[in-house]
Design a protein around this ligand. Structure first.
Ligand code: ADP
Length: 636
């Protein structure tokens, strides 16, 4: 009976039973178990039994952008599996530039040598040319190693009759889809222009030729497939209006110079006067309008997934071959703008790239910040305006109240002054009566002296005018008018009050003196209200001196105070004000008088403040109180 054990690396090791003795058999058995244990714990040996190396064989040249993107998708997919490190070997067969049995043979020898000691777990092929060669070499170079294929179209897949230990995805590129896009891009399409290498020699367009009759029904066809680059460039710059170009891929200029499909595309696009529909994603960015394109990263990612499953121990035959999802409608927004293509015409699910952000999207934060600043500013302005409005209303309201209050106080003052006013009126009226009686007597005499009567009449007129002046002054003092704001002469204002109170003063045995400033003083405000203030101060002074037997005097003075204000002072020879009461006297209802109301000074202060002025009380060093009020000059 033969002995065997399992090596993860080599599969089954078989040892011939030619040792003869039981002891020997026992020793070998023990050794075998040890070797098996050591081998199963080696790091190169994955749990699943497959080497963590894959070999990628691409039929194109490795520097082409398309393969680079396949490879990067594959690399990302493999690296995403962090359970163990996987080594990737990559070979570019460059079959579009090198072909023939001799070349294939040299490749075989090269790989045989190069990978002799490399333990490959899975082979990934890109393109049906690469797949065919690997199938031919596999038994010799990589016996039993599973294959993952990509970039194989339906027709090639059917032709190749693949063994079942292969897995991969089949690319479906249909000419009809590209022509469908051409119709969406050019709604009244009449002509399609085919540009590229011969389709049957290309990797994924081998079935396009068969599709042509049906896919192009009703269209004119300009077939530049296989034409030289020079010819193509000449033709595409003068294409008819309702046409579109369908570009597969070109690998040379047809005159001995090899080109990458991307470079060849740029040469065509440079001249083309019509939109170009492409089949490979990297060309979308290079100036084509887009189309149903193959996305190379997705091809690489799909191959990586399948290879990893194999490395994890799944047999390739249990991973079903599937139709690839690597083809997608992708479009270039800039070219759509150029050719006036509306997004709504494009196949549903189309991806639009390079869309220029709208002004809103571009400057969203700047716009929002400016709008926020403007909003805040507008808010502040409206709050300030509202406040200003409220303040103006409040000021107007308080002035109205003040006017009412001042008027009421003037009426009260007039009541107090009524006896002296009556006296003031009685004087001229009495004189008029006396003069009238005298005139009558003269006229009744036998020889009346008419010139004397004339003089008497003149006296009567003068007394009448005096009486009407008293009434006029009283009426204007008691007038109830809204607050007036006009330039007024301060000297006149004070003088009027002193004149008005002259009779009252003499009746109370008070001497009144007014000392006006040398120059005229102009202030702004309401003359009646300012007169009320002065009158209140003078009357208060006369009241304060009522108890002193003699030497009662009130002096009024006006003077400039610097260049911006004037001061009115009312001094008396009374007892003065206790120092602690100097401020209190302005409080409403503060009075020391029996009949006093205690609102005169409080109203005076309010009036002065409404004139943007100040009023205060002091005591004179030599005795007596002095009240001062300062007012801004009209010009300042
Ligand atoms: P009223 O005259 O009704 O008392 P005022 O507000 O005009 O109300 O005056 C308040 C108080 O201020 C007076 O009662 C008096 O005590 C005091 N006062 C005002 N003027 C003088 C003054 N020239 N000398 C002394 N005290 C004064």
């Amino acid at each position: 009976m033969g002995l065997f054990f399992v090596s993860a690396r080599m599969g089954i090791i078989f040892i011939e039973p030619n040792f003869g003795s039981d002891a020997m058999i026992a020793r070998i058995s023990a050794l075998s178990i040890c070797v098996a244990l050591v081998l199963t714990s080696l790091p190169v040996t994955a749990q699943d039994g497959r080497s963590r190396s894959i070999l990628v064989l691409d039929q194109s040249q490795s520097t082409g952008v398309f393969f680079l993107q396949i490879f990067s998708g594959l690399r990302a997919g493999i690296d995403a599996d962090t359970s163990a490190h996987t080594t990737i070997f990559s070979e570019s067969l460059d079959l579009s530039r090198f072909d023939g049995d001799a070349y294939h043979e040299s490749l075989r020898r090269h790989f045989s040598e190069k990978y002799r000691d490399k333990d490959i777990g899975a082979i990934v092929t890109m393109g049906s040319g690469a797949l065919k060669l690997v199938l031919r070499w596999r038994d010799e170079l990589w016996p039993g190693i599973p294959i993952v294929f990509g970039m194989v179209d339906e027709a090639d897949h059917a032709r190749l009759k693949l063994p079942n230990d292969l897995t991969g995805s089949i690319l479906k590129t249909r000419l009809a889809d590209s022509i469908g896009v051409a119709r969406a891009v050019v709604p009244d399409l009449e002509t399609v222009v085919f540009v590229g290498d011969h389709w049957d020699r290309q990797n994924v367009f081998s079935s396009w030729g068969l599709e042509v009759p049906k896919a192009t029904a009703g269209l004119n066809v300009i077939d530049l497939v296989g034409a030289t680059m020079a010819e193509v460039r000449k033709r595409v710059e003068a294409l008819p209006a309702r046409s579109a170009i369908i570009y597969s891929a070109m690998y040379s200029d047809g005159e001995g110079i090899y080109l990458s499909p991307a470079k060849a595309f740029e040469l065509v696009a440079e001249k083309a006067n019509r939109p170009i529909i492409v089949a490979a994603e990297p060309l979308v960015a290079l100036g084509s309008i887009g189309g149903p394109v193959i996305v190379p990263r997705l091809i690489g990612a799909d191959a990586a997934k399948r290879a990893l499953r194999i490395l994890h121990g799944e047999p390739a035959s249990s991973i079903p071959v599937a139709i690839s999802h690597a083809a997608k409608p992708i479009f270039n927004w800039l070219q759509m703008e150029r050719w006036g293509v509306s997004e709504s015409n494009l196949p549903s699910g189309s991806e639009i790239r390079f869309r220029e952000p709208s002004m809103w999207a571009k400057y969203r934060w700047q716009t929002l910040s400016v709008a926020a600043v403007l909003l805040i500013q507008a808010g502040l302005i409206s709050i300030l305006l509202h406040e200003r409005h409220r303040r103006a209303n409040a000021e107007r309201e308080s002035r109205n109240r003040l006017t009412e209050l001042a008027h009421a106080h003037r009426q009260a003052t007039a009541g107090e002054l009524s006896s002296t006013i009556a006296h003031e009126l009685n004087q001229p009226l009495g004189a008029i009566l006396t003069n009238t009686e005298t005139a009558e007597l003269i006229l009744n005499s036998p020889s009346p002296n008419l010139s004397e009567v004339k003089e008497i009449l003149a006296d009567i007129r003068r007394d009448d005018i005096r009486a009407s002046e008293v009434i006029h002054r009283m009426r204007s003092f008691l007038r109830r008018a809204p607050f007036e704001d006009k330039a007024i002469d301060l000297n006149d204002t004070v003088r009027n009050v002193f004149e008005f109170l002259a009779i009252q003063a003499s009746a109370r045995n008070v001497a009144l003196y007014f000392e006006p400033s040398g120059e005229p003083i102009q202030v702004r405000g309401d003359q009646v209200q300012l007169q009320q203030v002065i009158m209140n101060l003078v009357v208060n002074s006369m009241d304060a001196m009522a108890a002193i037997p003699k030497g009662r005097a009130v002096i009024g003075r006006t003077e400039m105070n610097g260049g911006s204000s004037a001061v009115v002072s009312i001094l008396d020879s009374g007892p003065g004000i206790p120092t602690e009461k100097l401020n209190e006297v302005f409080d409403p209802f503060f009075t020391t008088k029996k009949q006093g109301m205690g609102i005169g000074l409080s109203i005076s202060r309010t009036i002065v403040q409404a004139h943007r002025g100040r009023i205060w009380a002091e005591n004179q060093r030599e005795g007596g109180a002095v009240f001062r009020l300062s007012l801004p000059l009209a010009i300042s």
